[in-house]
Design a protein around this ligand. Structure first.
Ligand code: ATP
Length: 305
C-alpha cells in the first residue's frame, strides 16, 4: 500500500479519505504506480476557467523515451463542445486524457496543452484537477452509503442536491428501491452495483462537482440496451454546457459529438463529425462498417485485429 501514496500525493486531491481518493484516482485512468515528475512551478498560478476551451498544440509524447505514444497531435475543443476520440487499442486515446489531467508534463519541444489559452504546466495541479471531472470506465465505489458515494463530488452537498444529481444521472429510481434508500451501504460490503449503475453514480458525482471540463472513458463491456440508454441520458445531462473529451468504444454513442478524432499510432488520421467521417470512406467508415456488419452496436471497435 505504501507504494500507492506517491500517486496520491501527486494528484493533490483534498478529499476526506486519503485511501479512498487514492483508490479512485489510481483506477481513473489506469495509472497504477506510474512514476511522475509533475510538480507545481514555484510561480504557478491557479487556473481560472472562463470558457473551458482546450487546445493540444503539436503534442508529441513518449512514456519511455523510445516509443512514441503521441506524434504531433493538434486539435481544439472549443468551449462547451464535445470531442470524441476513437481508434484501435494503443492508438493514444488514454494518453491524451492523461496529459490533459497532467499525470505527465510535456517537456520542451513536445508541444503545449492549453486551457483557455493558458499552458497547463503553468498552473497549480490542484486548480487544474478541480476544473476537470472524470467519469472512468470502471468507477470505484467506497464501502459507504450510496449518498456518500454521490456526495464524494462535493462533500458539503445538501440532500436535495444529492437527489437532484442522482435523478439527472438516472439513478434515483434505482436508489429508492434499496432497503435504506440513500443510506444503503454499497460497495464490497454492501449492495453490489452493476457496471452501468456504478457509471451512473460516477456521473451523479461529477454533476455535483460541476466542473467546466469533462473527461469520459466509455465502458468497453457490453451493456444491455436499457442500461445503455440510461447512461446515454445521464451523460447528456452531464455533457451539456461543458467542454468534453471522451474515449468512445462504441461508435453509435458518439453520433452527435461535435468532433470525432480518429487516432492511429499516436496520430490523428481523420477528423470530422459522424456524417463527414462516413463520407470520407476511410478508417472511420471501415470501423463503422465493421460494427454494423457485426450487427451489434455494443461491440467495441478498438480491438486490435
Ligand atoms: P486502449 O483503447 O487499449 O486503452 P489507447 O488508445 O488508450 O488504448 P494508450 O493507452 O494511450 O492507448 O497508449 C498509447 C501507447 O502508449 C501504446 O503504444 C501503449 O503501449 C503506450 N503506453 C501506454 N501507457 C504506457 C506506460 N505507462 N508506459 C509505457 N508505454 C505506455
Amino acid at each position: 500500500l505504501a507504494q500507492l501514496y506517491g500517486p496520491l500525493n501527486m494528484l493533490g486531491f483534498i478529499y476526506r479519505s486519503v485511501n479512498q481518493s487514492l483508490v479512485d484516482t489510481e483506477k481513473l485512468l489506469k495509472l497504477l504506480n506510474e512514476p511522475t515528475d509533475v510538480n507545481d512551478k514555484p510561480d504557478a498560478s491557479d487556473l481560472i476557467v472562463e470558457d473551458g476551451s482546450i487546445e493540444f498544440e503539436n503534442v508529441t509524447f513518449s512514456y519511455d523515451g523510445r516509443t512514441t505514444a503521441l506524434n504531433g497531435v493538434s486539435f481544439k475543443v472549443p468551449k462547451r463542445s464535445s470531442v470524441a476520440l476513437v481508434g484501435e487499442s494503443g492508438s493514444g486515446k488514454s494518453t491524451i486524457l492523461r496529459l490533459l489531467y497532467r499525470f505527465y508534463d510535456l517537456k520542451g519541444g513536445e508541444g503545449r496543452i492549453l486551457i483557455d489559452g493558458k499552458d497547463i504546466r503553468d498552473v497549480t495541479q490542484a486548480s487544474l484537477r478541480k476544473a476537470i471531472g472524470v467519469v472512468p470506465q470502471d468507477p470505484v465505489l467506497f464501502n459507504a452509503s450510496i449518498g456518500y458515494n454521490i456526495a464524494y463530488g462535493k462533500f458539503d452537498a445538501t440532500t436535495e442536491e444529492i437527489e437532484a444529481a442522482a435523478k439527472a444521472a438516472q439513478m434515483h429510481e434505482r436508489i429508492v428501491t434499496f432497503p435504506d434508500g440513500y443510506e444503503t451501504k454499497v460497495g464490497e460490503r454492501g449492495i453490489r452495483l452493476s457496471g452501468g449503475e456504478k457509471q451512473r453514480v460516477a456521473i451523479a458525482r461529477t454533476l455535483l462537482k460541476n466542473p467546466p471540463i469533462l473527461l469520459l472513458d466509455e465502458a468497453t463491456s457490453a451493456l444491455d440496451t436499457s442500461t445503455e440508454k440510461d447512461i446515454q441520458n445521464a451523460l447528456q445531462h452531464l455533457v451539456e454546457g461543458r467542454s468534453s473529451l471522451s474515449i468512445a468504444h462504441r461508435l453509435s454513442t458518439i453520433k452527435s459529438a461535435d468532433l470525432i478524432l480518429v487516432l492511429k499510432d499516436g496520430q490523428i488520421v481523420e477528423q470530422g463529425n459522424h456524417t463527414e467521417l462516413l463520407a470520407m470512406g476511410g478508417h472511420f467508415a471501415s470501423m463503422w462498417a465493421d460494427q454494423v456488419s457485426a450487427n451489434e452496436d455494443t461491440s467495441p471497435t478498438d480491438k486490435k485485429s
